[in-house]
Design a protein around this ligand. Sequence first.
Ligand code: NAP
Length: 241
Amino acid sequence: MTEKIALVTGANKGIGREISRQLAAQGVLVLMGARDSQRGEQAVKDLRAASLSVEFVQIDVTSQPSVEKAASEVERRHGRLDILVNNAGIALDWFPASELTVEAFQQTFDTNVFGVFRVTKAFLPLLKKSGHGRIVNVSSGLGSLNRNADPNSTLAIRNQLLAYCSSKAALNMMTIHFAKELQSAGIKVNSANPGFTATDMNQHRGSRTVEQGAAEPVRLALLPDDGPTAGVFSDTGAEPW
Ligand code: NAP
């Protein structure tokens, strides 16, 4: 095996695009996943213009056929996967829980939870062929039950985003369960908290740059074999669940 191969979902913009850029800059061949071909191809074109090694893969994490087609395509092209960054995510409910609809709640879980589950399951056979697989679930400090329950918490957003916060809490549970199951296969699974990062998701109100937000997911994607698994981390260290 020569270079590492990574798949990043939701790679056409924001933190996912920057994770792709930083991984490729470190010599990883990055498969940039995007649901929209035009947006995905454009992001690939932009990074290739900077001499980075990237390819486009069409993948809508809410669509089982799309995810299965992407996994078949990666198998055909490369035969294995070393790094999966489950980055694609949505935040729809910038208001109190009482205003949330069941539909928006379900839509959020379909992307942020079932989307990650769907993609992880589909790519597990390819990750197992790596021998040193890494899965990074891009979570959020807002997924922390401890922080949400703490009246003195410094969370940037409070009393909003029930669907989003609970989806990231569920994602963190997925991290723990897959990490335990896959330990014997040499696969490490961790959650990354990028911090409040200026992207389209929050109308660029975040206080951190995408370069800062992408740094921890990238570190976890490149963990050595003696690195941690089943944790949630930000660039200041281990975080509370
Ligand atoms: P963003 O700029 O809105 O980017 C989200 C990405 O996810 C886009 O590429 C989007 O594609 C993609 N996506 C959404 N639904 C998808 C689907 N069904 N299938 C495939 N791709 C899909 O947001 P971001 O801030 O970079 O967020 C990236 C991740 O970081 C998310 O998981 C988010 O929850 C997490 N996060 C962000 C912050 C923050 O402050 N920004 C903080 C903590 C965690 P389209 O362009 O096609 O919509």
